[in-house]
Design a protein around this ligand. Structure first.
Ligand SMILES: Nc1nc2c(ncn2[C@@H]2O[C@H](COP(=O)(O)OP(=O)(O)O)[C@@H](O)[C@H]2O)c(=O)[nH]1
Ligand SMILES: [Mg+2]
Length: 334
């Protein structure tokens, strides 16, 4: 890391902590690019993070996630809270180009100083989106935003990783699941702390809510938290105040419930440790993968593979030697 980049990053971090909101967009760009300025800036502000309620909002495309986020922003603003929003730009061929619509629907929020909205573009790189999103959430947190809403399409590993980085996960569904209720992605209900049937102005919302409650009841042992199933109509605002209330209730429940499995602290602390663990493991993997993709140093990887293929070394021995080599190569002092 060059000294100049490091100094620039630290300076941006300090301005952010001092409340200069214009710095946020700049530092975010550096963090998204994963450059040295962003890294130093994040290092500077990280100790001041951990206060904001991170809320993942996930569900299929078109379920009304963006509309719902826009509506719930209004409730938080009425409570005097400053809201950060990270929207995963669904510009991938998978989800189509809903981006512009998202921007238009949220456009009335851009003039509000107490709201910060950023779209993050999908990237080709494995895990890149999740890393950039979580790092961006840290910056919003440092800037004093609480809550930080993270909208993702409920599919794909990145999205699951992002949801796993939230304190509370809202799973958005729409009426009309009917007999197809089993088509709800396995696992999506398990990650939901709150289930929302949006578009409740349409027929069948009550039935869908009932079906979801039944599915939840099937899965229970004695759980400390049973996800509430809420009905909303994001376009009319029905149920949105209740959704915001339920999010605060979930946060308090995490804070007042002891951690499970004899762990120390509260369920909130446990979740924070889980989030940190996921982040560290992901970065460990990516760091090693990048080193591998570069071929290690001086062809060590190719040589190790040749050794394994020709039976001179087992894969276990080769992998262990490579990890030792990677640790030496990655050591900035080494
Ligand atoms: N009838 C109805 N339409 C809605 C509701 N919420 C969102 N929509 C519409 O559903 C479409 C998709 O909404 P959007 O928020 O972009 O969904 P996202 O892809 O999940 O973010 C838009 O045309 C919205 O106007 C709702 O509660 N009721
Ligand atoms: Mg959307």
């Amino acid at each position: 890391m060059s000294d100049r980049s490091e100094a620039a990053g630290i300076a941006l971090g300090e301005r952010l902590l001092a409340g200069d909101r214009r710095t946020l967009a700049r530092l975010l760009s550096h963090v998204e690019a994963e450059d040295a300025v962003g890294r130093a800036g994040l290092t500077r502000v990280y100790p001041a993070t951990g206060r904001g309620h991170r809320i993942g909002v996930t569900g299929p495309p078109g379920a009304g996630k963006s509309t719902l986020v826009n509506a719930v922003i209004g409730v938080y603003r009425d409570l005097g809270r400053q809201v950060g929003v990270l929207a995963i730009d669904p510009s991938s061929p998978l989800t189509g180009g809903a981006t512009l619509g998202d921007r238009i629907r949220m456009v009335d929020r851009y003039a509000d100083e107490g709201v910060f909205i950023r779209s993050l573009a999908s990237r080709g790189q494995r895990g890149g989106l999740a890393r950039a999103t979580i790092a961006a959430a840290h910056l919003l947190d440092a800037a004093g935003f609480d809550p930080i809403l993270i909208e993702t399409v409920g599919a794909g590993q990145d999205e699951v990783a992002i949801a796993a980085a939230a304190h509370s996960v809202v799973v958005v569904q729409v009426p009309g699941l009917g007999d197809d209720i089993q088509t709800i992605k396995a696992g999506i209900l398990e990650i939901g702390d709150l289930l929302v049937v949006n578009k409740a102005d349409r027929p069948g919302a009550e039935i869908t809510a009932r079906d979801l409650r039944r599915m939840l009841a099937l899965g229970t042992g004695a759980k400390p938290w049973t996800p509430p199933v809420l009905l909303t109509s994001a376009s009319t605002g029905q149920g949105v105040v209740e959704l915001q209330g339920a999010l605060d209730v979930h946060r308090s429940a995490l804070e007042t419930t002891p951690a499970g499995h004899g762990a120390t602290g509260s369920a909130w602390d446990e979740r924070v440790r889980g989030i940190a663990g996921g982040e560290v493991r992901a970065l460990l993997r990516i760091t090693l993968e990048r080193w591998l993709d570069r071929g290690g140093r001086d062809g060590t990887v190719v040589a190790a593979i040749a050794d394994v293929a020709s039976r001179r070394r087992t894969a276990t021995d080769a992998a262990e030697a490579l990890v030792r080599g990677a640790v030496r190569d990655l050591d900035p002092a080494g």
